[in-house]
Design a protein around this ligand. Structure first.
Ligand SMILES: [Zn+2]
Length: 449
């Protein structure tokens, strides 16, 4: 079925695949699942042991429901087999191809522990690019688009596929690494770049920098299309609106990770994240019971399988991201299912504060919806005696300095409504909170554990 993915007419819109009836699509997914399962069982020591111990083998996967019997993997399991002193350094015995077939190294950022080392063959890498092509095509990228990449290429996976996919679609790609933010903005202006890809934090930060240089992005730059990835902002309505207003551009979310690939994206209609169900299997499980959630509107954790990635297979990966299906059909005509509100935080991120479950994303939604506040904010949770204490630090724009009391009331009310908690609000001068160019860490839990 590979011909389904590799388009020969130069288009990355495949009506046969992308509007396939669910029943037929599930048959295709079952076939692809069985292929990667068999490959891993036969070629990866790690997977072979995992499946043998569970008493499951390729012949046991006959119906779509059988997929559920396959043991899940977690980050910690990969970490355990990788590193110094282990086979196939640094990848470990999860590797399912001979070491000399590996052409690409990437690693995770390691924000939750020792990084995961990720191996790809050239074919794997091409497949990942292919997946990104579908995202960009759905977001309106076509030959003639002039893409600027305000990103330093490095060991992290971020935006490599955007670069390659841009070229593959026929766009013109300008690498903007090494330059600082000011130089990038001037280069984008000089070359009249029409699109870019970056993290939401950087998209907002660049607009701030541009304005400080006397450049108003909607008027003085030519960017009309932005793809964001790496953070949830693209699917948080208030953050999305801020980015679109700051640039006078349409902003589209794309989701993926080092271990999985580029599994989801917003199309031009921005109705939610489409899951690329031709290349990935996304399952949603109840966090407590593990029961499969197929109905819209119920949140659970994502379990994902990447089809066809051979060097370091990703099969039933328990990502711990929280997602839910959207009942709506998208006007673009795709039958690839939609997720409502993108990734709604991580199961790990949801912390209990004063006995209430708190998702940092809910705070972002409130802060970014108040126009008198800057983009940056910080949340610090501490303990005063036995009682949890939350401080929210926000920046107030210089022209609203005298309105702090009214803003505080609005913030307090909205936070109470959305998160059910009370906060100490601290106002800081505009641009005084720390900025970061990559995954920002705005939530600090300083309570003793
Ligand atoms: Zn759509």
């Amino acid at each position: 079925m590979e011909e389904v993915f590799y388009m020969e007419n130069g288009e990355y819109w495949n009506p046969i695949l992308e509007t396939m009836p669910r029943e037929k699509l599930q048959k295709l997914q079952l076939k692809k699942f069985r292929e990667i399962f068999t490959w891993a069982y036969e070629h990866s020591k790690f997977y072979h042991k995992l499946y043998s111990d569970a008493g499951i083998e390729p012949g046991d996967i006959q119906r779509f429901e059988d997929i559920k019997k396959v043991p899940k993997i977690e980050k910690s399991m990969m970490r355990h087999v990788q590193g110094p002193g282990k086979d196939n350094f640094p990848y470990g015995d999860i590797l399912a191809v001979p070491l000399e077939k590996v052409t690409d190294y990437r690693q995770t950022s390691g924000t939750t522990g020792q990084p995961i080392y990720q191996a790809d063959t050239w074919q794997d890498w091409e497949l990942g690019t292919e997946a990104y092509c579908y995202a960009m095509w759905a977001q309106g990228y076509r030959p003639g688009e002039r893409i600027f990449l305000p990103f330093g290429y490095n060991i992290f996976v971020a935006f490599w596929a955007y670069h390659y996919a841009g070229e593959k679609i026929g766009c013109e790609v300008i690498p903007g690494g090494v330059l600082n933010t000011e130089a990038r903005i001037l280069k984008m202006q000089e070359l009249k770049a029409t699109a870019m890809g970056a993290t939401p934090t950087y998209v907002l930060g660049m607009a701030e920098t541009a304005r400080n240089m006397g450049i108003d992005p909607p008027k003085d730059l030519y960017i009309r299309r932005i793809t964001v990835a790496g953070e949830p902002g693209g699917s948080i309505p208030a953050t999305l609106k801020r980015m679109e207003d700051a640039w006078g551009a349409k902003v589209y979310d794309e989701v993926g990770s080092t271990e999985i690939g580029h599994w989801g994206w917003q199309c031009l209609h921005q109705a939610g994240l489409h899951v690329n169900e031709g290349m990935y299997l996304v399952e949603i499980e109840d966090v407590n019971t593990g029961e499969t959630i197929d109905e819209p509107g119920r949140r659970g954790k994502m379990v994902v399988t990447t089809f066809g990635r051979m060097a370091q297979p990703c099969i039933r990966f328990d990502v711990k991201d929280l997602i839910q299906w959207n009942a709506d059909k998208c006007d673009c005509g795709r039958t690839f299912r939609l997720l409502k509100g993108g990734i709604q935080g991580r199961a790990d991120d949801i912390t209990k504060v004063k006995g209430v479950l708190l998702s940092p994303m809910a705070i972002e939604e409130v802060v970014r919806a108040i126009p008198q506040l800057g983009n940056e904010y910080q949340v610090v949770v501490t303990k005063k005696g036995d009682i949890d204490d939350i401080t929210l630090k926000v920046e107030v724009l210089a022209e609203y300095k005298n309105d702090e009391a009214a803003i505080k009331t609005k913030l307090t009310d909205q936070l109470r409504l959305k998160t059910n908690l009370g906060y100490n609000i601290e106002f800081h001068e505009y641009e005084s909170l720390p900025r970061s160019q990559s995954k920002s860490r705005r939530f600090q839990d300083l309570r003793p554990h």
